[in-house]
Design a protein around this ligand. Structure first.
Ligand code: KG4
Ligand code: ZN
Length: 338
């Protein structure tokens, strides 16, 4: 089946054509980073307006790059939530409009389920069941995924997401948005032990995360310095922040692998583009005798190929959604852990 998917949950307008189950024929992402950068974060109203301006061109480009016409598309999918409501509505309505006009099956996809499916677009492909670590700008959680519709929550952030911590601390340093990319760049060659930053909820039995304390500790450390650090000091600061976030993600992932008695861990979401995190998780997997699956770098941050894969898995099981499907700013993934 040839599937067109649209993603517009935050600040990327994306469309992809997928030949089910796993062949990406095109994946187009129009980033709004330049639009939001002057504000240090995503401005929801601006995001919706830019999705409206971009979506038609992005869909046309996805079709052109796949070398197909709309008439050759057999199903349409779009992100349904969670995300910015105005942004979600743009992609969702366009997808439903196409489905209605052409009489095609439609599917509304959970954004995090999409992230979780991104590693299926690379070889070797993960097999169910696995532990999933989802680390994005709006979300950080650990899951036990037995199948696409059998996902239970092992742990969740109690406050900020890991990406949000990167973004907020980057803003404190005046390094701009998206913060994860800026902090990773600065951290290279820095001393991760120079600043003592907290690793909250450290206990093995707790699988929840908390990153707001890190943000506060970073702010205090900067206040004590008395000026915004530059040069080596800034490199050491960024390396210390990155190490605090990575240590926490790795130790909670270790506990989750043990708790679920799982032999595989799948990592996804924008923060999984972080090379130091990828290396640390590869080391963790080796220590625990597990396999780790990471998405290709270009599929870590928001894109429509991952939405298409998730939709394809569900469509192939006969699932279809009504055109009354609405966008949801909040939408839980999975059931509570057993
Ligand atoms: O998954 P995503 O594109 O959007 C959401 O669904 O939230 O994730 C965006 C987040 C931002 O917080 C950004 O700072 C972070 O991913 N991020 C990174 C890196 N690239 C993006 N964090 C750490 N290191 C990176 N290389
Ligand atoms: Zn995302």
């Amino acid at each position: 089946m040839r599937l067109l998917a649209i993603e517009s949950s935050c600040d990327e307008t994306a469309a992809a054509v997928l030949r089910t189950p796993y062949t990406i024929e095109s994946s187009v992402v129009a980033s709004q980073i330049a639009v939001h950068a002057p504000y240090g974060g995503v401005v929801p109203e601006l995001a919706s307006r830019h999705h409206i301006t971009a979506v038609h061109t992005v869909v046309q480009r996805a079709l052109a790059e796949a070398g197909c016409s709309m008439a050759e598309i057999e199903a349409v999918a779009a992100t349904r939530g969670p995300g910015l409501i105005g942004s979600l509505m743009v992609g969702l309505q366009v997808a439903k409009g196409i489905a209605l006009a052409r009489g095609l099956p439609f599917l509304g996809v959970h954004h995090l389920e999409g992230h979780l499916c991104a590693p299926f677009l690379d070889e070797p492909r993960p097999e169910w069941p696995f532990v999933a670590l989802l680390v994005s700008g709006g979300h950080t959680g650990l899951y036990h995924a037995r199948d696409i519709d059998e996902i239970s929550v092992l742990g969740m952030t109690r406050d900020d997401a890991a990406g949000e911590a990167f973004d907020k601390i980057s803003a404190l340093l005046g390094l701009g948005y998206p913060g994860g990319v800026a902090i990773e760049r600065e951290a290279t060659g820095g001393d991760p032990a120079r600043f003592k930053l907290p690793r909250p909820l450290r206990g093995r039995h707790i699988l929840d995360f908390s990153f707001s304390g890190l943000k506060t500790a970073a702010r205090r450390a900067l206040e004590e310095l008395g000026e915004t650090p530059r040069g080596d000091l800034r490199r050491d600061f960024c390396a210390s922040v990155q190490a605090a976030i990575i240590d926490t993600l790795v130790e909670k992932s270790r506990s989750a692998l043990r708790r679920a008695r799982a032999g595989r861990i799948v990592v996804a979401g924008g923060v999984s583009a972080n090379l130091a995190l990828r290396q640390a998780l590869e080391a963790l997997a080796a220590e625990e005798g597990a396999e780790v699956y990471l998405p290709p770098l270009e599929l870590c941050t928001d894109n429509a190929a991952m939405i298409a894969v998730a939709a394809g898995m569900r469509l192939e099981r006969g699932e279809r959604h009504p055109l009354s499907t609405s966008a949801k700013a909040t939408l839980p993934l999975g059931t509570l852990a057993d």
